[in-house]
Write a protein that binds this ligand. Structure first.
Ligand code: HEC
Ligand code: HEC
Length: 450
């Protein structure tokens, strides 16, 4: 009896083993076939569309001005200040050293080998604006496009900007400020206000804001590196925010520090209202004259309603631009940039005693859903929240924090370091974290996305 039972068990075990290996074999065969077999029909269409969208979206993110040279060049005449009087512009011109000092970056992959070698051997004059023009002609200044006279003369006739100006940097592989592009990384060296202040003619901005030239220049130069005020042209207040990273955003519902909308909403907003490209924009929330006096007076809530689709340089780009941004991963930190054992302990604290995971839900690091909070819920003032329609702050996604430690944390950089952020939560939420626990939590934050 006992023997029979044992044999019975053996038999069952044998059958189970055979069927498991059989199933595994089927599984692995089909997985291999899936990889080897070229996609056909609808699957192929989807793949092809995804590849095209990535390529087109990347081009738009890096190189498309959406026609905004009509603003930065034709109106503000920024190109004249870049060229300098010696090259057909005005003033001293912008030398490469000065351009790097205001945080502009040079794409080393756009430079010919001979120029790289001359640069390496100190044979290029980085104190001559003519060199800046040469870099613009090579399309090597990240986020800035120079438009030159077509008659062969090397005169800069206009200049436009791209998303990459603020949302890309370089890896400094060649020299400080010169390297390969890192799309989605916030350029926290970039002093947008100083660049605007270079422009010889800010009269359109002064008229929009209803202030003197002196006031406009004082406002923009008060921002400092890594900051920009995207709401200035809506409400005329001066409260700049940090440039946030534009990676790790897939799955995140609302975007910007104050949750204005989706990535695509914000892209249309920025391309039209900040960069001053040529397109349509629709957001009737901007018609509220008490919250957005300048936007309401200028009809920004329904921009260019009569623009012919053929002349719209923004709307046709939005789909691929959206797709590209969602594809940019939050970059993993260098292996030796944090204490692994401490980070492991911090991981436990993050979703335990420190309660971070109640809002920064792993692995999105923001709420799956309506990811906004009142200022009181995070223990800060309402100034910036009140400049957005929902009057709230968006739970920041935390992947790739290590790439933007410069300029501080939270929308305005009020917490200079990650330990300061953790101290804030410890006090505000009464967490009772020990010094060791705080430090473990910080190591974990430095490790994201782990
Ligand atoms: C002059 C600098 C500048 C330029 C140019 C710029 N941005 Fe931004 N971007 C910002 C700032 C500052 C914010 C934060 C705004 C806020 O919260 O009020 C932001 C926010 C964003 C966000 C939200 C990120 C998040 O965490 O949710 C995305 C996405 C984005 N920008 C994409 C773009 C794209 C695409 C373009 C080009 C069409 C662009 N930006 C052009 C400065 C810039
Ligand atoms: C009640 C929801 C909530 C909780 C709980 C919470 N956060 Fe936040 N967190 C936010 C919001 C909202 C912001 C954006 C604040 C702003 O824009 O000024 C933020 C911002 C941050 C930032 C700054 C990100 C950046 O790019 O500057 C860090 C870091 C952070 N939180 C870490 C934590 C840690 C660590 C914990 C746990 C101790 C935690 N958070 C708990 C909602 C929360």
């Amino acid at each position: 009896m006992r023997l029979r039972k044992a044999r019975h068990h053996l038999l069952i075990a044998a059958i189970a083993a055979v069927s498991l290996s059989f199933l595994a074999a089927i599984g692995s065969t089909s997985a291999v076939e899936e990889r080897a077999r070229p996609a056909r029909g609808a699957d192929a269409d989807i793949l092809q569309q995804a590849r095209k969208a990535l390529d087109e979206g990347k081009k738009t993110f890096r190189f498309d001005t959406f026609g905004d040279e009509a603003f930065w060049g034709d109106s503000l005449k920024l190109h004249q200040a870049i060229a300098g009087a010696a090259n057909g512009g005005v003033g001293d011109g912008l030398t490469p050293h000065e351009a790097l000092a205001v945080g502009l970056k040079v794409d080393v992959d756009a430079l010919p080998g001979s120029l790289k070698s001359d640069l390496r051997h100190g044979r290029v004059n980085l104190d001559d604006p003519a060199t800046t023009l040469a870099l613009l002609r090579l399309n090597a200044v990240v986020g800035v496009t120079g438009f030159f006279e077509r008659n062969g003369a090397q005169t800069l006739r206009s200049v436009g900007i791209q998303c990459a100006l603020c949302h890309s940097t370089v890896d400094d592989s060649f020299a400080a400020g010169i390297g390969s592009r890192l799309d989605g990384w916030a350029n926290r060296d970039l002093d947008v206000g100083q660049i605007i202040n270079l422009a010889p003619d800010l009269s359109v901005v002064n008229a929009l804001l209803g202030v003197s030239d002196q006031t406009t220049r004082a406002v923009v130069t008060s921002w400092g590196p890594g900051k920009f005020d995207a709401e200035l042209f809506l409400d005329g207040q001066n409260s700049p925010t940090l440039i946030p990273p534009a990676f790790g955003l897939a799955g995140v519902n609302l975007h910007t520090w104050t949750g204005w909308g989706s990535v695509s909403h914000w892209n249309a907003f920025v391309a039209n209202l900040e960069m001053h490209g040529k397109g349509r924009f629709w957001d009737p929330r901007l018609n509220d004259a008490s919250q957005f006096p300048i936007a309401a007076a200028n009809g920004f809530g329904n921009l260019n309603p009569d623009l012919s689709p053929d002349d719209d340089r923004i709307t046709p780009k939005l789909a691929d631009l959206h797709f590209y941004q969602l594809a940019i991963p939050a970059p993993a930190p260098p292996d030796d940039s944090f204490d692994h054992a401490a980070a492991k302990r911090g991981d436990v604290l993050f979703s335990g005693k420190a309660k971070c995971n109640s809002c920064h839900v792993e692995p999105l690091w923001t709420e799956p859903g309506w990811n906004l909070h009142t200022p009181a819920e995070v223990g800060i003032d309402e100034l910036q929240a009140d400049r957005a329609p929902d009057r709230r702050y968006r739970t920041s996604p935390l992947g790739g924090l290590w790439t933007h430690t410069k300029g501080g944390f939270y929308h305005d950089g009020r917490f200079a370091t990650l330990p300061d952020v953790v101290d804030h939560y410890d006090a505000f939420l009464n967490l009772g974290l020990t010094a060791a626990e705080k430090s473990d939590l910080v190591e974990y934050l430095k490790s994201l996305p782990d």
